[in-house]
Write a protein that binds this ligand. Structure first.
Ligand code: ZN
Ligand code: ZN
Length: 98
């Protein structure tokens, strides 16, 4: 094999890996990225639930906005896909999903 061929092989390997990385990680990041108005959206979710956890009903805990259908599974950032959960219940849900 000539050295030119080896060089071509290495270059195409690097380019191929870059494309592969973009395909696996780049696209994933775009899909799971939180929207620029996430803070407003999150507050609206809490307000709609009267600042109460929709799972246990407590209103004295730190609240989280939870994606009912995860973004990685094609869920959206719309209010219909968001639930207001306390941090405690939120953790429990994600343990079950693992
Ligand atoms: Zn709760
Ligand atoms: Zn969640």
């Amino acid at each position: 094999m000539s050295s030119d061929l080896i060089l071509t092989a290495i270059v195409s390997l690097i380019v191929g890996m870059a494309i592969w990385n973009w395909w696996i990680y780049g696209r994933h990041q775009v899909r799971t990225r939180y929207p620029p108005d996430w803070d407003t959206l999150r507050r609206e979710v809490y307000r709609r639930a009267s600042y109460t956890c929709q799972n246990c009903g407590r209103d004295d805990r730190v609240l989280n906005a939870h994606h009912i259908v995860p973004l990685s599974a094609g869920g959206t950032n719309e209010l219909t896909n968001l639930a207001c959960l306390c941090r405690h219940c939120h953790k429990l849900i994600h343990v079950h999903m693992r």
